[in-house]
Design a binder for this molecule. Structure first.
Ligand code: HPA
Ligand code: MG
Length: 228
């Protein structure tokens, strides 16, 4: 694991890079729900590390927004763990530092995945009316940027409601040859091109009830695949 950064237009974006040959940790060194023991290959990012990294992202966010009020927009369902932990940590900073970022929360639900491959187009299938975000500073919170197409489409949708500003925090950024080149403003970890589950990331709605981010194995993929 090394620290890395990507030079972009506005700023250097920093993240923890998880290398392609990162072995992670054997399952028997962590507490894994019994019902998933046969379905995972290894632990890649333990929840404790996610928690520590999220604490730092909260600080980076607070430092960029200054004292401006924000709307934190959670992309459901995968973003819910990262969203709640991030909001909690911003609240801690609001209590203990000179910062005071007033936060409102909002939720959006998109659908774009079937099995492992993107179906291409996103569909908004839940959440409040996006019109409420007009004129607001919006922080979109997502679990993972894979190809980046979902986020690109969501950002297009967002621009049509004219928020004051939009930033994106994603816990994970996947290194994939299918990437459209989109890079979020705040990144927890850059991860190898593997299918990851846990900490609210799912495979066909399973594994959200797993604390650590793990690599699914072929048994898990088969057991929880959608028959089409
Ligand atoms: N895991 C879960 N959901 C995802 C992933 C992944 O690796 N990539 C895109 N959506
Ligand atoms: Mg997601």
């Amino acid at each position: 694991m090394t620290t890395n950064s990507t030079e972009t237009k506005a700023s250097a974006k920093s993240f923890i890079k998880i290398a392609d040959d990162e072995k992670g940790y054997p399952l028997d060194q962590f507490c894994i729900p019994k019902h998933y023991e046969e379905d995972l290959e290894r632990v890649l990012i333990p929840e404790g590390l996610i928690n520590d990294r999220t604490e730092r992202l909260a600080r980076d966010i607070v430092e960029t927004f200054g004292n401006e009020a924000i709307v934190v927009l959670c992309v459901l369902k995968g973003g819910y763990k990262f969203f709640t932990d991030l909001v909690d940590k911003i609240q801690v900073l609001n209590r203990n530092r000179g910062h005071s970022i007033q936060m409102a929360v909002d939720f959006i639900r998109l659908k774009s995945y079937m099995n492992e491959s993107s179906t291409g187009k996103i569909e908004v299938i839940g959440g409040d009316n996006l019109e409420n975000l007009k004129g607001k500073n919006v922080l979109i919170v997502e679990d993972i940027i894979d190809t980046g197409r979902t986020m690109q489409q969501l950002l297009e949708l967002m621009s049509s409601v004219q928020p004051k500003s939009v930033k994106v925090a994603s816990l994970l950024l996947k290194r994939t040859p299918l990437s459209v080149g989109y890079i979020p403003d705040y990144i927890g970890f850059e991860v190898p091109n593997l299918f990851l589950v846990g900490y609210a990331l799912d495979y066909n709605e399973f594994f959200r009830d797993l604390s650590h981010i793990c690599v699914i194995n072929s048994n898990g993929k088969e057991k929880y695949s959608i028959q089409q």
